[in-house]
Design a protein around this ligand. Structure first.
Ligand SMILES: [Zn+2]
Length: 336
């Protein structure tokens, strides 16, 4: 088999070797593409047991948005180095299951496309139509693989990348007493945004009080944070969002499952460096080395925060009697 022409996967392999004592790793599935047999790797850092709350970091589900993968690998690299000496972190990762699937769409990475090797946009691909009107094309369509945002054929089986993600979430997150996802993307707008479901409907999710409490926790803990925090549908609605699909499924489970999306605002990179507009990659990825470094550094605080927040969820999740008040306040903010 020829070596894999994806620098992020090669870096991941090096990190898995370096971090071997602290990491459990397995290949969820392999995707055949242009003679390669591309792995989708999942790993757990630390050895917290399945009865602990869980955090999953995912990236690269849109092949063009490599920065999401790179942010996760930068975090992983730091964790591996810290676990050697940082007893606080060792204890923390005994109490929270920290999972990563850093590169969900390796064939899209090779093609430099948003879609996977079959031309399907994995984030429009879940078997779920939006309940409210969504933008034409951008919201997901079934016209042709030649246009971005293609959902795949109606009633076709799920693509292996999406299927592997769903199986993993059911197995490891739904069974945890509390779970949260941060799915790292780039490419929309000037600001860094944290989105929560729904992508396909204008109504609030059942766990709006928990999302609102987390938002307050982040904003109060880090008053100088850079994030907008909002429902995804407020930006644009889509069909077939995998997180909507999994969230709705999770409502059959007893424990909360909160899937968040980090949209790194890459238009700001293009504004500072108009050259990026002329290079397709650049629109979704900071080209200048100092800017790349800044982006990789910038989100480490958020990732650290999420590990701590998931570990200590009992401290900030609203109690049964507070939920109604949180719900009311959150609706006034996000669903006026
Ligand atoms: Zn994306």
């Amino acid at each position: 088999m020829s070596s894999i022409p994806i620098q992020e996967l090669n870096k991941l392999e090096r990190l898995l070797q370096q971090g071997a004592p602290y990491i459990r790793h397995r290949v969820l599935t392999r995707v055949r593409f242009r003679g390669h047999n591309l792995p989708i790797d999942a790993l757990q850092v630390g050895d917290a047991l399945p009865d602990k709350p869980a955090l999953l970091l995912t990236g690269g589900i849109h092949g063009l948005e490599r920065i999401g993968t790179q942010v996760i690998l930068a975090f992983l690299e730091t964790l591996i180095k810290r676990l050697v000496w940082d007893t606080h972190l060792q204890a923390e990762l005994n109490d929270v299951q920290l999972f990563m699937i850093p590169a969900l769409n390796p064939s899209g990475m090779i093609r430099n496309t948003r879609s996977n090797g079959n031309g399907i946009d994995l984030m429009r691909h879940a078997p779920l139509d939006a309940a409210d009107p969504v933008p034409l094309l951008l919201g997901g369509h079934r016209l042709t693989t030649r246009l971005p945002w293609y959902r795949g054929a109606l009633d076709a089986p799920m693509e292996p990348e999406a299927e592997a993600l769903c199986v993993f979430v059911r197995e490891h997150l739904f069974k945890a007493p509390f779970s949260l996802v941060l799915d790292c993307h780039s490419g929309f707008g000037f600001n860094d945004r944290i989105w929560f479901p729904f992508a396909g409907r204008s109504t609030p999710i059942q766990h709006l009080p928990e999302v609102y409490a987390l938002r307050n926790l982040l904003f109060e803990t880090y008053p100088n944070h850079v994030y907008l925090f909002e429902p995804q549908f407020a930006n644009y609605g889509t069909h077939g969002d995998l997180w909507d699909y999994l969230y709705l499924e999770s409502l059959n489970q007893a424990s909360p499952f909160l899937p968040l999306t980090l949209e790194m605002g890459s238009w700001a990179w293009a504004r500072k460096n108009p050259l990026q507009l002329t290079r397709l990659m650049g629109f979704f990825h900071p080209i200048l080395p100092h800017r790349l470094k800044r982006v990789l550094r910038r989100h480490l605080i958020l990732l650290d925060f999420l590990v701590a927040a998931v570990r200590s969820q009992a401290q900030w999740c609203p109690s049964l009697q507070d939920r109604a008040h949180y719900d009311l306040t959150a609706r006034a903010l996000w669903y006026p």
